[in-house]
Design a protein around this ligand. Structure first.
Ligand code: NAD
Ligand code: WQD
Length: 336
């Protein structure tokens, strides 16, 4: 039995589908701070398999201990946390509380219950400004915002834990830019308020919820001047977690990138989305967004090595097509 914290969220719900399809039993714990219960109903609809849901907060150690015990959990996949970079600059204490203290309570609950296998959602943001590209896992870690620092602190906490007790098994997965949706169009990304990230914004323009996209920066040192990122299909990312579960026991503690190794510019993504949706995406070239880098993409060899040959398989066209299916079938998200 696997405890999935934050399983109702964007990446968590897709990972629940892949876990259930791979024959795992799961229990989801979520406080629904940034998600809807409907996502989990949709997971049931896709997989036609039952699973339990606990409404609870990772900062509540008693609830965590009870859940681990009641369901006989043997591993945790830990997605729960706050993830908006700008919010983290405005409200750093909320981010330190949720992401660091929350994870600390989770690890203490796991230790109490003797559950010592965990996969943690880290982020490419831990690398900070690139000293070289692609980012290998040995690139210096120097996050430039509070959100990224919370991820780095948790990574260090996990490394210290394994150093103190080698019976822990820890997989740290550093995601690049997850986009797309399950091919059914039943689950996908449903941000609250104005989306910060590119794909949800583009998709909301395509579906008529917003007039135009602001392209943040057109004078970068990239082929067309707009920012380049390593977009990875959320289903590839989810399957990376299933692969990681198989290998954590042999590895002690490892950190790997989950990306495709390829970069696409903002304008390339806009074009691919226009083709996928048949809609035009009006945009305006605007000044750079503070904190952005020109390019960011992953070295992928270490993930392939540690995750039994796993590699991201879906291309940008598939990512846009699947994202559009979700957005067009659910123009106002889950509960709109
Ligand atoms: P999300 O917001 O959709 O999912 C997070 C889930 O955690 C939500 O369902 C939310 O309600 C829940 N949650 C938050 N705080 C909680 C708490 N204290 N107790 C219980 N549940 C709580 O985000 P996502 O995009 O699915 O991201 C999942 C994880 O991956 C996060 O840790 C995020 O930092 C990390 N990550 C995301 C991205 C990305 O671009 N989406 C990139 C790198 C890393
Ligand atoms: C992508 C590109 C923007 C919006 C963030 C976090 C990172 C990780 C993933 C969690 C950039 C451009 C965007 C818009 C635009 N999350 N853009 N107009 O900044 O690479 O990464 O999400 O861990 O930590 O920092 O992703 O989708 O915001 O931006 O032109 O309205 O799209 O400038 O070049 P980013 P993003």
């Amino acid at each position: 039995m696997i405890l999935v914290t934050g399983g109702a969220g964007y990446i968590g719900s897709h990972t629940c589908v892949e876990l259930l399809n791979a024959g795992h039993e799961i229990v989801v714990l979520d406080n629904f701070a940034n998600s809807s219960r409907t996502s989990l109903e949709r997971v049931r609809q896709i997989c036609r398999k039952p699973f339990a849901v606990v409404e609870g907060d990772i900062r509540d150690q008693a609830v965590l201990e009870k859940t681990l015990k009641d369901f006989g959990c043997t591993a945790v996949i830990h997605f729960a946390g706050l993830k908006a970079v700008l919010d983290s600059v405005k409200s750093p204490l909320d981010y330190y509380d949720n992401n660091i203290i929350g994870t600390h309570r989770l690890l203490r609950a796991m230790r109490t219950r003797g559950v010592k296998r965990i996969i943690f959602s880290s982020s490419a943001t831990v690398y900070g400004d690139p000293k070289f590209l692609p980012y290998t896992e040995d690139h210096p870690l120097n996050p430039v915002n509070p959100y990224g620092r919370t991820k780095l602190v948790v990574e260090e906490m996990l490394r210290d834990l394994v150093a103190s007790d080698s019976t822990w098994s820890v997989g740290i997965l550093r995601y690049f830019n997850p986009i797309g949706a399950h091919e059914s169009g039943l689950i996908g990304e449903d941000p609250k308020g104005v989306p910060n990230n590119l794909l949800p914004f583009v998709a909301q323009v395509a579906v008529g919820r917003r007039d135009r996209l602001n392209v943040w920066g057109s004078d970068y040192d990239t082929p067309d001047g707009t920012g380049v990122r390593d977009y990875i299909h959320v289903v590839d990312l989810a399957q990376g977690h299933v692969a990681a579960l198989k290998t954590i026991d042999q590895a002690g503690c490892f950190a790997v990138n989950l990306g495709t190794g390829r970069g696409n510019s903002v304008l390339e993504v806009v074009k691919a989305f226009e083709q996928a949706s048949g809609k035009s995406i009006p945009y305006e070239l605007r000044p750079r967004r503070s904190g952005d880098v020109a390019s960011c993409y992953a070295a992928t060899d270490r993930a392939a090595k540690y995750l039994g040959g796993w590699r991201a398989a879906r291309d940008i066209e598939t990512m846009c097509r699947d994202h559009w299916r979700w957005q067009s079938q659910n123009p106002k998200g889950y509960d709109g």
